[in-house]
Design a binder for this molecule. Structure first.
Ligand code: ADP
Ligand code: ZN
Length: 741
């Protein structure tokens, strides 16, 4: 994996490769105008057909297989005055492109997601006092045109520096029209505003006193700063104080003058994390997620590139920001599947972050109470280090987990809260304590059918049932976003008002709970009811303030929140995640339910967790009840090793999709006829994907299994190169697949 990183520039070449942020096969050759020499990493404007594109001067010589005659070369138009793409980032782009089998330009596009930030920053204009302005101290109070408002502005501006209209108006307590009127009088003259910078996190800001176990772990992490690549797992139960521990590593990196990247799986839900960070470091970090507006993106991009932004917290895409001097990466909740990007360039941000750390020769910290099996195996192989935090901070105990066998203690007909869970909630409410009912399914009911003819309401574009969302009064497809009003008549038999919801979603459980506990202050928390970070934090605040007795929610309630007053968690259907049966179903179920359970009893009072299940004998359920994570993992590791599944073997999925099923099948037959074979290689498929139609495209899947010593990318590249097909059918490659839909 080691690649030479060389920042030194060589003699200017007459001809260079330029990578464009477009899904093209590779970099293109361009001629360099001797008057504007360029170096690898420079942003340049180049002609492409009749367009002008911004690209990056790439390393290496042009491809001898497709030489372009010198006289046919186009010339680079100009070089942008923006910080160049570092050698580490260039190697990172190449590495991801090769590993994920994506066009390098498609990867570069992720590293150039804010083109506006490459243009020079326009200066911001404000005002200074003109020498000709009246002196408010000596001027007569009633002097012509010197109104009290204007007088206050003159006083506010007396001390010199340029200030914006808004700033002046706010300080002087006048409207901005007053400020503009004074500019018209010539009392204020335009001036460039000094660049304002956000307050940055301070590595010297004092933190809490750590417990001895925390201290030891923190020292181990901090000792890796500026000491080359190292991957370390921070393994500790929920509430063990892992966050405080990796905050110490961040502090050490800041004191060493380096930048830090923290990846969180659900950045929209991170309000509580941000508040803690601010308390610990005296300022919030720069955040990077899909809800930033264009201006915020540009500013953050420039701050990161200039090294001004010291800490960035973000979602997957924050990996591709132009760090000037990244010195530490932290992946919180490293086991989360949200780190896998499932469209465009398909990559796992945790795994790519490890590659990024390796290329940049910096430490990376992976944090989890339920580490992924892959990470645990990396620890046992000695590739990753591990620090343990065995107990909850402050002596809080872990909640007791009980399994409720739904076969023996079923809920009443058309209800989902069984007698034991009902009694537990009632007792908890009577004791004035908070409870959570958890069901990882959005909406009211996952299926709606006609009682007259049995017709099921299905998405017109996908092989999927429409999910009723009663709060929104809509039917929704959770795969393509299709949404429609609930019809009155059955599209199959024309019967009127005969639709019946089947099965529970979180809204339906809330309805049931409301009927059972009418006095409780009940709220629903799902990604449908929580818009953005602000709504999420308001919600969390209300929960912490004790304004909610009973919270009914999806996995969004499980994400890292610290609810001190929460003592009961009821999982309505613990088996939901086991249904698909893919290789990680048990692991994922364990992780999610452990995390939900971990919300209970985080402060003084002990917590209780009830898991309603039809499969109490399942290893994941048994392990949850016994608190035996390591035993469960050992069993899973054993199974994967026996079957040669990741991380003991390699896996890649090919998804063949197109608008015409016949065309897709024809290509699949061609592919099957040329499928790679050989020692350690198995190709399964083609088989219709479980989501056989998605957005109107028919999908078939191949699964390639190979032993670890087989370069699976080369194998697939050779395979696909041998099969020509029309552009209407697309082949998507998913290396290390997590979704098998
Ligand atoms: P984890 O990340 O392992 O789930 P946290 O870091 O969130 O655990 O810690 C759990 C709770 O204990 C938090 O409220 C945190 O503020 C508190 N805590 C952890 N370590 C300390 C410490 N050294 N001093 C004071 N409070 C701490
Ligand atoms: Zn759909």
């Amino acid at each position: 994996m080691t690649l030479p990183i060389d920042e030194s520039t060589t003699a200017p070449a007459a001809r260079v490769r330029v990578l464009l942020p477009l899904p093209l096969a590779g970099a293109y050759d361009y001629r360099v105008d001797p008057a504007t020499p360029v170096s690898p990493g420079d942003f340049v404007r180049v002609p492409l057909g009749r367009r002008v594109e911004i690209g990056v001067v790439w390393d290496g010589a042009s491809d001898p297989a497709t030489p372009i005659a010198a006289e046919r070369l186009k010339t680079i138009l100009d070089r942008l005055d923006a910080p160049p793409v570092s050698a580490v980032t260039r190697r990172f782009v190449d590495w991801i492109a090769h590993y994920t089998m994506s066009a390098p330009g498609a990867v570069l596009r992720m590293a150039m997601s804010v083109p506006a930030a490459l243009e020079p920053a326009a200066p911001q204009w404000g005002w200074v006092l003109s020498p000709g302005a009246p002196n408010p101290v000596v001027a007569e109070p009633g002097a012509a045109r010197l109104t009290p408002g204007r007088r206050r502005v003159l006083e506010a501006m007396a001390h010199g520096a340029a200030r914006s209209t808004r700033d002046i108006a706010a300080t002087a307590g006048v409207s901005s029209a007053v400020v503009t009127s004074m500019a018209e009088l010539g009392w204020l003259v335009p001036a460039v505003l000094p660049a304002t910078h956000r307050r940055e996190p301070d590595g010297a800001h004092p933190g809490p006193v750590l417990s001895p176990a925390q201290r030891e772990a923190a020292d181990a992490l901090a000792g890796r700063i500026d000491a080359g690549f190292a991957a370390t797992l921070v393994d500790g139960v929920t509430g063990a104080g892992k966050t405080e521990v990796y905050f110490e590593a961040i502090a050490a990196a800041l004191r060493a003058g380096r930048q830090v990247l923290v990846l969180l799986p659900e950045i929209a839900m991170s309000a509580q994390w941000l508040a803690r960070f601010e308390q610990r470091f005296g300022a919030v970090p720069a955040s990077w997620h899909s809800e930033l507006n264009a201006g915020q993106r540009v500013r953050t991009w420039r701050d990161v590139a200039a090294g001004r932004a010291r800490v960035v917290v973000g979602a997957r895409s924050a990996l591709f920001l132009p760090y000037r001097d990244l010195g530490l990466i932290v992946i919180d909740e490293e086991h989360e599947q949200a780190f896998k990007q499932e469209d465009g360039v398909i990559y796992h941000a945790r795994d790519m972050a490890v590659v990024r750390a390796h290329l940049g020769r910096i430490p990376i910290v992976l944090v989890s109470a339920t580490p992924s099996l892959e990470t645990v195996v990396n620890v046992s192989r000695g590739r990753y280090r591990c620090v343990h935090l065995p107990a909850r901070h402050g002596g809080a105990t872990l909640p007791a987990v009980e399994l409720v066998d739904l076969r023996r203690e079923p809920p009443p007909p058309r209800a989902w809260i069984g007698p034991r869970l009902r009694a537990a909630v009632a007792a908890n409410l009577a004791a004035g304590e908070q409870s959570v009912l958890f069901l990882n399914r959005r909406g009211y009911a996952p299926l709606t059918l006609c009682r007259s003819c049995g017709h099921r309401l299905q998405c017109p574009h996908c092989t999927a049932w429409l999910v009723e969302h009663r709060l929104a009064g809509r039917l929704q497809c959770h795969h393509c976003g299709y949404s429609a009003r609930i019809p009155r008549t059955c599209p199959s038999c024309d019967a009127e008002d005969r639709f019946a919801p089947c099965g529970p979603g979180v809204e339906r459980v809330a309805e049931e709970a409301r009927a059972l506990f009418p006095a409780a202050r009940l709220e629903i928390m799902t990604s449908d009811t929580i818009g953005g970070p602000d709504a999420a934090s308001a919600f969390v605040e209300r929960m912490i303030a004790g304004e909610i007795d009973l919270l009914v929610g999806t996995q969004i309630v499980a994400k890292g929140h610290h609810f001190p007053g929460l003592t009961l968690v009821g999982v309505v259907d613990a088996d939901l995640g086991l249904a698909g049966g893919d290789l990680r179903a048990g692991e994922r179920t364990y992780q999610l339910l452990h995390q939900v359970a971990g919300r209970a009893g985080r402060a003084g009072k002990p917590g209780r967790v009830l898991l309603q299940t039809h499969l109490p004998e399942h290893p994941a359920m048994q392990a949850l009840a016994a608190g035996d994570r390591d035993g469960f993992l050992a069993g899973e590791i054993d199974t994967r090793e026996r079957l040669g599944l990741p991380p003991f073997g390699r896996l890649a999925a090919l998804i063949v999709a197109g608008p015409e099923p016949d065309e897709v099948d024809r290509l699949c037959r061609h592919l099957a006829g040329r499928a790679p074979a050989g020692p350690g290689v198995t190709v399964l498929g083609p088989a219709p994907a479980p989501l056989a139609i998605l957005r109107g495209r028919h999908r078939r899947r191949f699964l390639v299994r190979a032993s670890r010593d087989v370069p699976i990318q080369d194998l697939i590249a050779d395979w696909l190169a041998a099969v020509k097909h029309s552009a209407r059918v697309r082949i998507q490659i998913d290396i290390d697949p997590y979704s098998f839909l």
